[in-house]
Design a protein around this ligand. Structure first.
Ligand code: FAD
Length: 296
């Protein structure tokens, strides 16, 4: 097996162009498990750990540009204010050891429907982009809604690598909720991300582990956006009412298409998604109302 160890981003892209079947490795928390279980016997490994840009983040023009290999532990410690939903999701990943190694680029590269970053990225809005690049065609931005194309499949080409993810700085409360068989070191039975975006009057949702790909609950988003706008709730911060919260939960549940598997049944996943949707909406709206009242 070839072991490729580029020192720069350009060298990494050149290596990926020359060896398109080379398997990129960042934290290795997915790659090494799969190699140990013989899921992969790649002809070459492309180690991305010497590339500085992948471990950096910056905020420009209200957008966090998050390097693909910034580990979850740093997202929690350094980015919980601008990216509260993603930081909450990061808290639930694996254990301290996994959070010190694994990052969002690896979650996106694997594109597992159970990856915890995905619901938070979807909920962060339609202006989330994955920046990928190849030696032949340069850089392109893939909208998060176009990124997930099948079970463990994303829309990247064979010669492309993920450089960073562009995520707008939160302008309202965000939440993440995950059901597992215990509180740590579990793959989600299902998960839900939710965000309020008061600046443009939208809300964001993300469903994990309850469909072939991570997906948003579009009808639930449209329903809630309509209610918030028609009733002037963004301005008043008044109570949403039990019926609105209930209906939102039902629409999130209807957006899922889960399966029965070793981690849980489809029915249980649907039920728990409705519960998580109601809870995360209630938590975020309570926080938003408090902000409105304290600003008045
Ligand atoms: C014990 C344990 C517990 C875990 N718990 C969770 C959990 O709770 N939630 C969760 O979501 N995940 C969990 N995982 C899975 C894993 O930690 C995450 O998916 C993590 O985000 C992977 O990041 P990584 O940097 O380690 O990726 P790697 O293993 O290095 O790579 C993962 C995939 O992404 C590709 N890749 C990596 N970087 C790039 C890049 N820059 N460009 C293109 N492709 C790239 C690789 O080729 C590979 O296909 C767990 C894993 C273990 C071993």
């Amino acid at each position: 097996m070839e072991f490729l160890r580029p020192a720069t981003w350009d060298e990494a892209l050149a290596a990926k162009a020359e060896f398109p079947t080379a398997l990129p490795i960042s934290g290795g928390t997915d790659v090494m498990v799969e190699m140990n279980f013989d899921v992969h016997r790649p002809s070459a490994i492309l180690d991305l750990n010497r590339i500085t840009e992948l471990r950096q983040w910056e905020i420009t023009d209200g957008v966090v540009r998050l390097g693909a290999s910034v580990p979850y532990a740093r997202i929690i410690n350094e980015l919980s204010e601008p990216l509260p939903g993603l930081a909450l999701a990061a808290h639930t990943v694996g254990s301290p050891q996994i959070r010190n190694r694994g990052g969002v680029g690896g979650n996106l590269g694997g594109a597992s429907p159970a990856g915890d970053a995905h619901p938070a990225l979807l909920a962060a809005g339609r202006d989330v982009f994955v920046e990928v690049a190849s030696a032949a065609r340069g850089t392109r931005l893939i909208a998060i809604d176009d990124f997930y194309v099948g079970v463990k499949r994303n829309s990247m080409e064979k010669d492309e690598l993920i450089l960073r993810v562009h995520i707008p700085v939160a302008d309202g409360p965000q939440q993440f909720s995950k059901i597992g068989t215990r509180n740590a070191m579990v793959i989600a039975v299902c998960a839900f991300g939710f965000a309020l975006h008061p600046k443009n009057g939208t809300v964001g949702t993300g469903i994990g582990s309850a469909a072939p790909t991570p997906r948003r609950a579009v009808a639930a988003e449209e329903f809630l956006q309509g209610v918030l706008a028609e009733r002037g709730l963004w301005e008043s911060g008044d109570l949403l009412g039990a019926e609105v919260i209930q209906q939102f939960g039902e629409l999130v549940k209807a957006a899922a298409s889960p399966i029965d598997d070793v981690r849980g049944t489809a029915d249980y996943r649907r039920h728990s998604l409705a519960v998580m949707a109601r809870r995360t909406l209630t938590w975020t709206w309570n926080d938003y109302s408090k902000q409105i009242r304290s600003a008045a």
